[in-house]
Structure formats: C-alpha cells, structure tokens
Design a protein around this ligand. Structure first.
Ligand SMILES: [Fe+2]
Length: 80
C-alpha cells in the first residue's frame, strides 16, 4: 500500500515538473510502477495463500531487485 501511494505521488510530481518532450519517458516510468505494483500484489496473494506468516526471503530479494532496477532506470534521472 505504501509503495502504490508513493508511486502515485511520484507520478503527480512528474506531471508537474516534466516537460512534454519527456512524456514517453513518463509513460515508461508509470508503466514500470504499474508492473511493480502488480508484482507486489502477487507476492501478497502468495503469502496469504501459503500462510507462512511472512515474505519468503527469495521473494523479498526478487522484489528488492526489481525496485533497485527501477530506481536506477527511472527514479535516478528525477534528481537531475
Ligand atoms: Fe519511480
């Protein structure tokens, strides 16, 4: 839930600061947010169905890796 709220606020901020010329980049960035949100939801469903009481380490590492890739590919340019 925190992650999807963060993505929403990030996209709202990007709409305000990104020039129209970056619209393709914005759409790719927002699409990656949607993919990450879907992946996180899949993990929640899997955890709920298996009732292990927590996220298996391999799944946590998989999501962390995808988030790191997202930060390097998309979020990093927002600082410049
Ligand atoms: Fe992002």
């Amino acid at each position: 839930m925190f992650m999807t709220e963060h993505f929403y606020h990030e996209e709202e901020a990007m709409k305000e600061i990104c020039p129209i010329a970056d619209s393709g980049r914005f759409l790719s960035h927002a699409e990656d947010h949607a993919n990450l949100s879907d992946k996180a939801l899949d993990l929640v469903v899997e955890i709920t169905e298996t009732s292990t009481g927590g996220m298996p380490a391999s799944l946590a590492e998989n999501l962390a890796s995808k988030l790191e890739t997202h930060f390097q590919r998309f979020d990093k340019y927002l600082d410049s």
